[in-house]
Design a protein around this ligand. Structure first.
Ligand SMILES: [Zn+2]
Length: 501
C-alpha cells in the first residue's frame, strides 16, 4: 500500500475530530443544527489550520443522509463517502490560485441554476480566494448577493485583506487561529502512538515549535522525521539542520549566567562548524528580543525559538538583565557587520556581557526603560533601589570592600561636590602617585554611576634641605602608608619658588 502522508491519513472527518478552533466549530455546529447556516462563509487564517478540512465537514453535514445531533456527518452514507473520496458531484473545490480558477468560476455561475444532482446542497469551496482575478471576483460577487437556496459558498483564504470589501461584507467570517503549542504537541503524541512510532517528547516539542501554529506543517515535519527514523532531539536537530537555534539558545543561557568559560566554548563550536558570525549574532539578538517580549508581555505565540527555553529563562531572569544584553548585542551587531575581524568583535561583545555587574545600576536601567516606554513599549514599574548614593555610603562600602589604603586616603579628603550631573573630587597627591587617579576615579564612578572629575593638586614640598623633616611629617607618612609609595625625589614647584621670593 502506498504511503499516505499523515495530514491525509489523520484528516478529521467530523467536527469532534477537528484539532483546536473550538470557537469556529461551535458556531458552525449551532448554525447547522438550527438550519441557519449562512450561504456565504469566509474561512480566514494561516496555512495548515484546518480551513479546507472544516469546509469539507460542513459540505458533508449539509448533504449527509442522517447527521448525528443534526450537524455531525455520519461518514457512512453514500454522500459522506463520496465527499470523503473527493468524487461527489455537488461539492466542488476550486483552487483560485490555479489557471483554471477563472474558467471554473464561469462554469460555476452557469451551473448555479441547476439543482444539486445528488444531495441536498451544492457546496463550492474556493481555496486561496484572495487569488481570484478581478473579473472572477466580480462575477462571484453577483451570485453572492442572492445565492440560490440550495447553494453554499465557502471561501478559504490566508489573506482576507486582499479580498474585495464587497465580497467580505457578504460573507460570514470565521477566523482560524494558530494552534497553541501544547495542543500541537498533544496531537503529535497521539499520532505517534497510533503509528506506534517511538520518539522523545523533546523531539516532538522541537517539531511543534518549528511548525509555528500550523498543524499541516507539524505533520509534514513529523512525516520527514519518521522517514529519517529520527527519534531523539539530537536526531531531529541533525536531520533538519536546526543547529543554529540550539546553539543560540545555549549561548544565550551562558550569557545570562555570565558564564564566560561556557560562552567561549560554545563560540568555539560555532566557528568550528563554520557558522557565519554575523548571522549568528543576528540570531542571538533575535533570541533576546523574543525573550524580552515574553518577559514583558507573557505572550505565548509568535516566537521562533523554543517556547520552553524562552519560558524557563524568562522566569529565571529580570527584564533589566535581558534588556541590557539585548541592547549590547544590538549595538555590537553593527560593529561586527562592518568589522574585518568579526570573530574578535563577537568575542569582545560576549566578554562585555559576561562582565556586566551582577547587580545592574538601577538608575541607568530606569532611564533606558524610560526611553523604551517613550518608544511605545510598556513595562511595569521598576522597584526603586533602597540604598542611597551618598558619599558616606560610598565610604562605608569602600571600608568593607577595600583596599584600605584607598579608604584611608578618601576619608582624609574634603567631602566632594556631588551634583546631578557629576562629582568633583579634590585630592592632593604626590606626583609619583598620579597614576592612582584613574583607579580612584573608576571606584567612585562605579558607585555613583555618574562622571567623576578629579582635581589633583600635586603635593607641595618645602625646601630641599628639609627633606628629612618633610619625610617625617605625618601627612607625608600617611601618603606613603596609604599608597604604599616610596619617595623618589622631592621637587619644589616653580610657583612655590615664586611665592618664596
Ligand atoms: Zn452521512
Amino acid at each position: 500500500m502506498a504511503y499516505l502522508v499523515l495530514a491525509r491519513k489523520y484528516r478529521p472527518q467530523k467536527f469532534s475530530e477537528v484539532v483546536g478552533q473550538r470557537h469556529v466549530v461551535r458556531t458552525l455546529q449551532n448554525a447547522l443544527k438550527s438550519g441557519k447556516l449562512s450561504h456565504a462563509l469566509l474561512f480566514a487564517g494561516i496555512k495548515g489550520t484546518g480551513k479546507t478540512t472544516v469546509a469539507r465537514i460542513v459540505a458533508k453535514a449539509l448533504n449527509c443522509e442522517s447527521p448525528e445531533k443534526g450537524y455531525e456527518p455520519c461518514n457512512k452514507c453514500l454522500h459522506c463517502i463520496e465527499i470523503n473520496k473527493g468524487i461527489y458531484v455537488d461539492v466542488i473545490e476550486i483552487d483560485a490560485a490555479s489557471n483554471r480558477g477563472i474558467d471554473q468560476i464561469r462554469e460555476l455561475i452557469e451551473n448555479l441554476k441547476f439543482a444539486p444532482a445528488k444531495g441536498k446542497a451544492k457546496v463550492y469551496i474556493i481555496d486561496e480566494a484572495h487569488m481570484l482575478t478581478k473579473e472572477a471576483s466580480n462575477a462571484l460577487l453577483k451570485t453572492l448577493e442572492e445565492p440560490p437556496s440550495h447553494v453554499y459558498f465557502i471561501l478559504a483564504t490566508t489573506e482576507p485583506n486582499k479580498l474585495l470589501p464587497t465580497i467580505l461584507s457578504r460573507c460570514q467570517r470565521y477566523d482560524f487561529r494558530r494552534l497553541e503549542l501544547p495542543l500541537l504537541l498533544k496531537h503529535l503524541k497521539w499520532i505517534c502512538e497510533k503509528e506506534k512510532y517511538e520518539i522523545e517528547e523533546e523531539a516532538l516539542e522541537l517539531i511543534a515549535t518549528e511548525a509555528q501554529g500550523s498543524l499541516r506543517d507539524a505533520l509534514s515535519l513529523l512525516d520527514q522525521a519518521m522517514a529519517y527514523g529520527s527519534r531523539t532531539k539530537e536526531d531531529i536537530i541533525q536531520a533538519f539542520g536546526w543547529h543554529e537555534n540550539i546553539l543560540v539558545e545555549e549561548l544565550a543561557a551562558g550569557l545570562l549566567k555570565k558564564d564566560i568559560k561556557k560562552t567561549f566554548e560554545i563560540a568555539e563550536r560555532i566557528y568550528n562548524q563554520g557558522t557565519d558570525i554575523v548571522f549568528l549574532t543576528e540570531k542571538l539578538t533575535d533570541f533576546f528580543r523574543e525573550l524580552l517580549l515574553m518577559k514583558a508581555f507573557q505572550r505565548d505565540t509568535g516566537f521562533t525559538f523554543s517556547l520552553s527555553t524562552l519560558r524557563a529563562l524568562s522566569l529565571e531572569y529580570q527584564k533589566e538583565e535581558i534588556f541590557l544584553i539585548l541592547q549590547t548585542l544590538a549595538r555590537d551587531l553593527e560593529t561586527i557587520k562592518r568589522s574585518d575581524y568579526p570573530r574578535l568583535h563577537f568575542e569582545l561583545s560576549l566578554m562585555r556581557i559576561c562582565e556586566f555587574e551582577k547587580l545592574t545600576p538601577i538608575k541607568n536601567i530606569i532611564s533606558r526603560l524610560e526611553e523604551l516606554i517613550n518608544a511605545g513599549i510598556n513595562f511595569e514599574p521598576v522597584k526603586e533601589e533602597k540604598e542611597e548614593r551618598t558619599w558616606e555610603n560610598f565610604l562605608k562600602v569602600l571600608e568593607k570592600e577595600g583596599p584600605p589604603s584607598l579608604y584611608a586616603l578618601l576619608t582624609s579628603i574634603k567631602k566632594p561636590l556631588i551634583t546631578e550631573r557629576e562629582i568633583v573630587v579634590k585630592i592632593t597627591l604626590p606626583e609619583e602617585s598620579l597614576h592612582s587617579v584613574e583607579i580612584i576615579k573608576k571606584r567612585i564612578e562605579d558607585f555613583f554611576q555618574k562622571p567623576v572629575k578629579i582635581e589633583v593638586e600635586k603635593q607641595k614640598v618645602l625646601k630641599t634641605h628639609f627633606i628629612e623633616e618633610i619625610k617625617n611629617r605625618d601627612e607625608v607618612k600617611n601618603v606613603i602608608n596609604i599608597l604604599g609609595a616610596k619617595i623618589s625625589h622631592i621637587e619644589v614647584k616653580d610657583t612655590f619658588k615664586e611665592e618664596q621670593k
